[in-house]
Design a protein around this ligand. Sequence first.
Ligand code: HEM
Length: 398
Amino acid sequence: MDLNALLSEEGRIDPPALYARLHRAGDAVAVDGGVQGYAVAVHGFDAVAQVLKDSRFRQLDAAYLDLTTPQWRRHPALWMLRESMFFTDGPVHDRVRQMIGGAFTARRVNAMEDAVAALTDRLLDRLAELAADGPVEFMGEFAYLLPSSVMAQMLGVPQEDLAWFRPRVLAIGAILELDGGTWRNMVRADTAARELSAYFTELVAKRRQDPRDDLISLLAAEDLSDEGLVANLITTFNAGFVTTTHLLGNGLTMLLERPELRAGLTAGNVASYVDEMIRFEPPVQILVRWAPQDADVQGLPVMAGEAVLVMIGAANRDPARFADPDRFDPTRPDAGSLSFGLGPHYCLGAALSRLEGQVAFPALFERFPKLALAEQVSGAPKPLILRGHDTLAVSCHG
Ligand code: HEM
């Protein structure tokens, strides 16, 4: 595969068209061209699952950056990401994951349902107020605010600080894109990382003095270095909503563009709708792993130090796994997807984001039965790693 095809405007406008071509070529292809260092792109459902569970392949950790980007420690953003559980493997990862995972178990998440419903209602009230003046910007006024408010409540971040977070979180997200590590993006992400670290360091100190019933207080009492604690708080907080924001934006667009889908949505089937949205338009399309030793994927060589593009968005459209994969079908008997990853880094927030979607979509249509797009959705190219709309104008009349 020519990586440029994926990173081209066309690839970023319509990745499923490229995915269909990839599936005709088997389960994995050698990568040529484009960004250096990627040896193989793996896209077959079972082959992707295998790589994510294979301990020969690791997250893009500090050892990888030492090889590829020797100056990386000078960048607070890269340093912060590498301190977090996202980009570590082995015992350190397992220990931190267990600590933080305890806050997101199915039981704890279920207990959040009333809180999610209450936050949703409050945001819908605000949408109703804003709607008096014309179309409303759904991404900023709802899709961002719901998941970030939920995460803020769980972690113990004051709600009034959320507006401050958004540009900083977006700046960190930008460098995660495959070709996002430009000088300009890095400068912004480094500034954001410095500011976010200072913010959380102060909050941790406050909670140590005056603990509350929240995740920051719980973790502040654990045996974790201060840098590790702050890095994990920032990344978990960010991960908790950059993705769910896009689930809400992508899912709503699908429903508003296709009246027959929207007509079929009920409180009884919303869980299947949300799961199918997550399969069909995953907020994260691609994961990346690297091989510290020579390895192979489906017989294709990956030399020590090279990386693998793990195409979860393509796996979700694999015709060998899903009948008619390019059809949105919430009743499909072969439901399931790799949108939350798999294996040791499987998303800790899967249950929480599902819950948010299941609460939000019915509530939106109940409050605004005539909810509609206020303008045509932009067909501009979108990122692949955190894929969704920047803005989405909707009209919320009665
Ligand atoms: C629709 C929403 C979401 C999607 C599509 C999503 C997707 C993912 C994916 C694909 C991974 C695996 C990364 C990898 O293997 O390289 C992941 C990991 C993770 N997600 Fe999510 N996520 C979502 C929501 C959330 C939420 C609400 C939280 C809040 C707690 C969260 C927290 C995490 C954490 C902490 C990890 C890292 C786990 C580890 O490294 O062991 N995510 N997510």
